[in-house]
Design a binder for this molecule. Sequence first.
Ligand code: AHR
Length: 485
Amino acid sequence: MPRRLFGSFVEHLGRCVYTGIYEPGHPTADGDGFRRDVLALVRELGVTTVRYPGGNFVSSYRWEDGIGPVDQRPARLDLAWHSLETNAFGLDEFMRWVGKADVDPIMAVNLGTRGTAEAVDLLEYANHRGGSHLADQRRDNGADRPYRIRLWCLGNEMDGPWQVGARSATEYGRLAAQTAKAMRRFDPDLELVACGSSHLGMPTFGSWERDVLTEAYDDVDLISLHAYYQPVDDDLPSFLASAEEMDRYIDSVTAIADSVGAIRRSTKKIMIAFDEWNVWYQSAAPSTPPSGADWPVAPPLLEDHYSVADAVVVGGLLISLLRHSDRVTAACQAQLVNVIAPIMTEPGGSAWRQTIFHPFARTARHARGAVLDVLRDGSTTTTDRFGEIDAVDAVSTWDDSTGEMTVFLVNRVTATPSEVTVDVSGARVNGIVECVTVGGTDLDARNTPDGPDHAAPRPNDTAHQAGTGVRLTLPPASWTMLRLD
Ligand code: AHR
């Protein structure tokens, strides 16, 4: 299973960078101005890759503004989030932070206001060893060795009317193909992501993917999917089943990509980068950027405070991603700190875990090895949005090197517990290592800087061996992880 499924996203948006991962003067700041309390939580979260610098931000970003002596960097208007970008944090700071966080970078290039030339310049600055103007500039800026960034996003949400420089599918597909070709002249082994639709509800969904891939199929490796989920009309059962929509979205894009490949008689398969996903209360006020003459630096934006129910949904979305890990080879929860994020900070103060931190951290730590196809056979539940669905969703992983099997389950029934038998006949299983649950009660509870930590996984003592399997009880509206060895 690709470890890149447990990626995250740092955008120059709100307080994700400034007073999020970077806050010189903070009591925990290291010599680079990186918050050590945040770094510790990022490591605990188990994030493997981080996409940067946007998001919508990238579509009017000049990467050169963020390099060189900090006091000579220009302040610029960020047109995406109507904020003032100081450029105190840029590519070199990000790459130093990536090293300290022990994650791999995913870099996005601006194909909104810029094009192939600037993308190739950025690539030369980042990845060329030296001896050319831009690579030597990087070395002068303190990074002697090339960054060797392997995964690159060719723009962001280029179908969205809100995107600076949005284009038609054919226009974008040609630009993506041309940029990819140029980047591959430098390094044919780069992995390149073309923009898919901004979300499943876009009016151009489907035709966008088809037309972009018709232009760029041979030049890119992955296509992006973005999706954010929130309860609609307080419909908790449908919200808990958000993974149904994620399943259908992935299956649809896979089918479209394969149909383009089939028409081209290509043996190549386009993979999926689900490089923005999460719960996001998009209709809430903190999602609205400033306006008019107000261009604040790092304003609090998109600072959703997550409930226990949101944590159960995030656990379910991770199940969907794991289930599709034959095609989804990269994914990024959006975002990492403060902005629709598992980690929150107070400027000058503490850093703390949101409810959604826990299912991510447990899944990232224990989903290892091969993903197993789980045959679900049992009761169903009916939701307004998705009709009749399995009451319990599940996926399992098997780590041959440790002999550990881990099963992740979500009970989508809101009123009653679900009794489950995990039949492991045929597998070498000795006993139960751990069984923990999130949810079931206090679904509306939210964490605060002072605690308590409402969604901290608690032991599920119902799990016991029975015959060729393990029986356990899943509380209503809950996420559970069962580890066997
Ligand atoms: O993650 C927040 C925003 O959502 C990103 O900037 C954009 O790509 C998406 O619409």
